[in-house]
Design a protein around this ligand. Structure first.
Ligand code: NDP
Ligand code: 2IT
Length: 444
């Protein structure tokens, strides 16, 4: 068995109960093969793959809090500090009932490559809790966030580990977390990103992941002498990433015909009404059925099915493994030409292979959704120099970073003769920088 297969088989034996983690590792290890083979002796001797697939540490803790009925509730909290080879740990916090160690390990592992791709000095990490924010009052959210931070603060800091948002964590949650950190430590410092604009946040961070997704999609289409203008776009999800992907797609002249949440999806043949979507999701925190009520011309369908809609471009922006082989077949059959992942690992391995082998241009999440963490990096930079850049300045830097990621992937594909396999291009490009730093640091 060769080095790569041996490392993967060992992980499979040890972590058979962590399917998402194994899935993420399998995709990366298979696709970086040409780069590993080019340096096999050094990597094998230094146990590079074994070290890269093992987190620096995993912190897990109890999060007790009191609900509005006066009852005590208990959740698990985690922070997976994956790699600090190229900078302090950096990555979001997810609050969702499905959160467990496997999901946070996959996310921390992916984040390490993504952050490397941004070109900014950030290591990889991820955290969160199995707390379900749905239906909770503001006070309950605050109570949970304060309890979570009361444990987490020991392990984070502006030069150590800088968490941010992810599923279930937006501006409100970051505010409560930041308030508690400041209260416990007495320090006002850039320990979280995604902060409010009045206390150290950066303009464009809210929009960044969705905007960045469209900037890289446009870069891909431009490379093919085409553009997003006039294209029909399917978006899944209806959260932070989906909303601002929709906004930028519309600004660039595309027609977005769908959004979805975990209950169902909207098909709006006239194009999504963005102001209404924001009102339903950002202001009322309601379900998509409310969108349908306010806009009878749109269709609401219960359950999955958003990728069965006919489109030119599909942007999965909800969660892992939401786009399966049947969705991939439907997309290809309906003539979809481009899939760019706004979410982390939304496409199953089988579906990814099907799309790639059927002529669909595919950009994986760690490149396509890197605009969020890249803008977090810009927020850290502004906090360090105690200045705030304008919307236009941050937006221009974000666009530049996304275009650089695209051209670096392309260059990597050319170097290793990979055609337009952007999965391999992104993984190798992210991998090489991290490994270079690891080798410089010696065995640690
Ligand atoms: P939000 O919490 O704002 O929105 C998540 C959306 O996805 C909601 O519409 C939610 O529906 C839906 N969703 C979540 N879980 C599921 C599920 N199990 N099944 C079906 N639908 C689901 O999160 P974000 O928009 O921030 O994150 C979306 C994706 O983008 C995630 O994969 C995240 O890791 C990734 N990402 C986020 C970044 C950021 O800056 N926020 C940066 C890079 C990647 P419902 O409300 O019904 O749960
Ligand atoms: O998956 C991601 O890149 C994020 N959730 C954003 C992380 C960050 O630190 O901004």
């Amino acid at each position: 068995m060769d080095y790569i297969n041996r490392v993967y088989e060992n992980l499979k034996q040890k972590y058979g109960y962590e399917p998402e983690f194994l899935q993420a590792v399998q995709e990366v290890l298979e696709s970086i093969r040409p780069a590993v083979m080019a340096n096999l002796e050094v990597y094998e001797k230094n146990k590079i793959l074994e070290r890269l697939t093992t987190p620096d540490r995993i912190i897990s803790f109890r999060v007790p809090w009191v609900n509005d009925k006066g009852e005590v509730e208990v959740n698990m909290g985690y922070r997976v500090q994956w790699s600090s080879a190229i900078g302090p740990y950096k990555g979001g916090l997810r609050l969702h009932p499905s959160v467990n160690q496997s999901i946070l390990k996959f996310l921390g592992f992916e984040q390490t490559f993504k952050n490397s791709l941004t070109g900014l000095p950030m290591g990889g990490g991820k955290g969160g809790s199995d707390f379900d924010p749905k239906g909770k009052s503001d006070r309950e959210i605050m109570a949970f966030c304060q309890s979570f931070m009361t444990e987490l603060y020991k392990y984070i800091g502006p030069n150590e580990d800088v968490p941010a948002g992810d599923i279930g964590v937006g501006g409100r949650e970051i505010g409560y977390l930041y308030g508690q950190y400041k209260r416990i430590t007495g320090r006002f410092e850039g320990v979280l990103t995604g902060k409010g604009l009045t206390y150290g946040g950066s303009l464009v961070r809210t929009e960044a992941t969705g905007y960045g997704l469209l900037y890289i999609t446009e870069a891909l289409l431009n490379h093919h002498k085409d553009s997003i203008k006039g294209k029909t776009v399917v978006i899944s999800g209806a959260g932070n990433v989906a909303i601002y992907a929709c906004e930028k797609a519309q600004q660039l002249g595309a027609k977005v015909i769908s959004v979805s949440d975990s209950n169902g999806y909207i098909y709006d043949k006239d194009g999504i009404d963005l102001a209404l979507l924001k009102e339903v999701k950002e202001v009322k925190r309601a379900r998509l059925t409310e969108y349908k009520k306010a806009r009878p011309s749109a269709e609401y369908h219960e359950g999955k099915g958003v990728f069965k809609l006919k489109c030119d471009v599909a942007l999965p922006c909800a969660t892992q493994n939401e786009l399966d082989i049947n969705d991939a077949k439907a997309l290809v059959a309906n003539g979809c030409k481009v899939v760019c992942e706004g979410a982390n690992m939304p496409t199953t391995l089988e579906a990814t292979t099907y799309l790639k082998t059927n002529g669909v241009l595919f950009i994986p999440g760690k490149a396509a959704n890197a605009g969020g963490v890249a803008t977090s990096g810009l927020e850290m930079c502004q906090n360090s120099i105690r200045l705030s850049w304008t919307f236009a300045e941050v937006d221009a830097k974000l666009k530049d970073i996304m275009e650089n990621i695209y051209s670096n992937m392309l260059r990597t594909c050319e170097k290793y003769n990979l055609g337009e396999d952007y999965v391999a291009g992104a993984n190798i490009c992210g991998f090489e920088k991290v490994v270079n730093a690891m080798i410089s640091h010696g065995i640690c």
